[in-house]
Design a protein around this ligand. Structure first.
Ligand code: SF4
Ligand code: SF4
Length: 64
């Protein structure tokens, strides 16, 4: 699994400081996720005030 940030993100930054792995990075518009290092802890989904983060299956063949 990994997560993706939807267009409804308001760029509040809460998820960036919440991610224990620090794999969410500031990027133009909305945060970028370093997919291969996301541990699927879902902390970012819980903290997002506008429900702009979704859990999604990882790409096929990545072993997870
Ligand atoms: S699921 Fe956890 S590890 Fe992955 S981006 Fe969100 S807070 Fe970070
Ligand atoms: S917590 Fe939600 S609204 Fe805030 S930057 Fe992260 S994805 Fe965007």
């Amino acid at each position: 699994m990994t997560v993706r940030v939807l267009a409804s993100c308001t760029a509040c930054g809460a998820c960036l400081v919440t991610c224990p792995e620090r794999v969410l990075h500031r990027a133009p518009g909305r945060p970028r996720v370093e997919d291969d290092r996301c541990t699927d802890c879902l902390a970012c989904i819980e903290i997002c005030p506008v429900d702009a983060i979704q859990a999604v299956p990882s790409s096929p063949g990545d072993g997870s």
